[in-house]
Design a protein around this ligand. Structure first.
Ligand SMILES: Nc1ncnc2c1ncn2[C@@H]1O[C@H](COP(=O)(O)OP(=O)(O)OP(=O)(O)O)[C@@H](O)[C@H]1O
Length: 309
């Protein structure tokens, strides 16, 4: 069966800037897929190419096996989404705006308006003018507009950027709900915690290139094997750990010591510590957060701009 999205070797250049540099992406049906990268990494440009809004300089993108550049609008059957912010007529109500979108989409889109408003939790405010909506409500109305197409695949470009914490929470709840309803979702984000919360698979992009693509839990599990240890005598414990077979990267921290090792080596080390009269206060396996992994893969050190919400 075709993948929901299959992009191969996508390249987009703007003068001297290579915004997207040989990007391969595979989004499987049912994935909630995070396209994660800092500002300027090429996320919006990639989504534009996937939606057939701009032409790649190289490479191909297929949605459910169909290339929008070859097959035109037909390739976008079952696909919806928006890049950057959705646009609406501010002096019309949310419902009236959706009616206009539905008229453009044709088919039975008008019949889906009530359901879409309900799904995005705007049914009660649907007769209010959009100019009175909060940013979060406008974003949710954008998703309602996308849902009128009865999509199987939804592409969302930084859907929570600029939202306040409550707006972010509502949007995340909505994405969870859509995923539970069986929609395949690709969302771009520069927020690690968001991707960790919502997505099961991820592509990490930096400077137009994918530096990791795969399952999020596998990525996080790949960092397993590190431990924090606190004992009744950390100095002596560190000295033993340093020369213990199978234990590596021993470092002293403010909380005690940390090291890497497989489970057998760690078990043997704890027995040795006990024999030497050193008591264990805590032995905690550490997994890296996505944020730590992201910086390790891209820069090595955190960039303040990336940490801002
Ligand atoms: N139409 C354009 N003309 C010239 N340069 C562009 C154009 N669109 C994007 N770029 C450049 O391409 C690079 C990638 O931009 P893009 O908007 O795709 O990144 P992004 O990951 O979506 O970032 P952001 O989170 O800031 O939206 C940037 O250096 C940007 O300045």
């Amino acid at each position: 069966m075709s993948q929901a999205i299959e992009a191969r070797g996508l390249v987009k250049r703007y003068g001297p800037v290579t915004a997207v540099d040989h990007v391969d992406l595979t989004v499987r049906t049912g994935d909630v897929y995070g396209y994660l990268g800092p500002n300027g990494a090429g996320k919006t440009t990639s989504l534009r190419m996937l939606l057939g809004l701009i032409r790649p300089d190289e490479g191909t993108a297929k949605l459910f096996g169909r290339d929008p550049l070859v097959e035109g609008a037909r390739a976008l059957d079952g696909v919806a989404g928006f890049v950057e912010a959705p646009r609406f007529y501010p002096y019309l109500s949310g419902r009236r705006n959706l009616e206009l979108v539905a008229a453009l989409d044709g088919g039975d889109a008008p019949e889906r308006i009530d359901d879409a408003l309900h799904t995005v939790d705007l049914a009660k405010r649907s007769h209010d003018k959009v100019k009175g909506y909060s940013h979060g409500m406008k974003q949710r109305l954008g998703i309602a507009g996308a849902l009128l197409r009865d999509p199987r695949l939804l592409l969302l470009d930084e859907p929570t950027t600029g939202l306040d914490p409550a707006g972010m929470r509502d949007m995340r709840v909505l994405v969870h709900r859509l995923a539970e309803d069986g929609l395949t979702v690709l969302l771009s984000s520069h927020l690690m915690d968001e991707v960790e919360d919502l997505c099961d698979r991820v592509a990490i992009v930096t400077r137009g290139q994918v530096v990791y693509e795969g399952a999020l839990d596998e990525l996080i599990a790949s960092t397993a094997g590190r431990y924090d240890l606190r004992t009744t005598d950390d100095e002596a414990a560190a000295a033993i750990a340093h020369r213990w077979f199978g234990i590596t990267n021993v470092a002293t921290t403010t909380r005690g010591i940390e090291f890497a090792g497989d489970e057998r080596a760690v078990a043997a080390l704890t027995l040795e510590l006990a024999q030497k009269g050193i008591g264990l206060l805590a032995l905690v396996p550490r997994t890296a957060t996505l944020e730590e992994l992201f910086f390790r893969m891209t820069e090595g050190t955190p960039e303040p701009a990336l940490e801002a919400a």
